[in-house]
Write a protein that binds this ligand. Sequence first.
Ligand code: SF4
Length: 323
Amino acid sequence: MEPRAEVLLAEPRGFCAGVDRAIEIVERALAKFGAPIYVRHEIVHNTYVVNDLKAKGAIFIEDLADVPPGATLIFSAHGVPRSVELEAQARGFRIFDATCPLVSKVHVEVAKLHKEGYEFIMIGHKGHPEVEGTMGQLDGGIHLVEDVADVARIQPSQTEKLAVVTQTTLSVDDAAEITAAVKARFPNIREPKQQDICYATQNRQDAVKLMAPQVDVVVVVGSQTSSNSNRLREVAHKLGTTTYMVDSAEELKREWFEGKKRIGLTAGASAPEVLVQQVIDRLKHLGVLSVRKLDGIQETVKFPLPKGLKLDGAGQAKLSHLR
Ligand code: SF4
């Protein structure tokens, strides 16, 4: 590292309101009902968060058959297909839904337009739980496109009533390109009033676009499974800046920073600030002298919690240091 090297911190970075709410739901359920609490899928895609909640008594499962009768079950922030919701109800679990309200908004839109006879084109990544959850709102009639080439391949049964929806954590630029291809093929397609890509995804990508040209190397804190963290890595990479994504400070390598003067640092929406601070500590150990916060949007979004999770003072005291 160059002498007097500095870290430029992207703003905003890290936790969004949907992640914050999802983690709080699990922690409140643990405080109120005691361990174990079952969670369908990783509550958010971050190794540190998942391990922290596991240590407190959360059990992460993919198959509802692994949840004992009478247990408390939480759906992850990514949302679930209707079939999972119905199965969970039929099995009689005490259910809390930590689906991000911005994902639920897409589910509601899909259900409403389906009743009016619409078919859908969904822009998203195959196999991502959010995409499975949104596509699973209907028994069919949602055509997934992952890239521009897919747009030519799909075969809706009609083109009179078509609507487009997107995964909330896509690259804003890639989604715009795919949407343009969709509109070129289906000029009458209905678009959402407000884009489905969420404010947090948009703001974090904008912050990286501001930061990346000012630095020699970018570090994104986020897990490999985190869609929005991967998109931050891609955004910085596309701007020509060498970029690394790490799950923790231990993954940083001294040679990444040799001869570098400015290091850009950001974190995906599911990565806690404690990991960012650990990365800063490690970079200081490697020779960074100062940390400078960049200007950016101050987010004030806060989503209400589901009913049934009020805590007394002792319960409140058990809530985490994570958020
Ligand atoms: Fe919700 Fe966006 Fe956060 Fe996903 S990234 S949980 S959609 S606010």
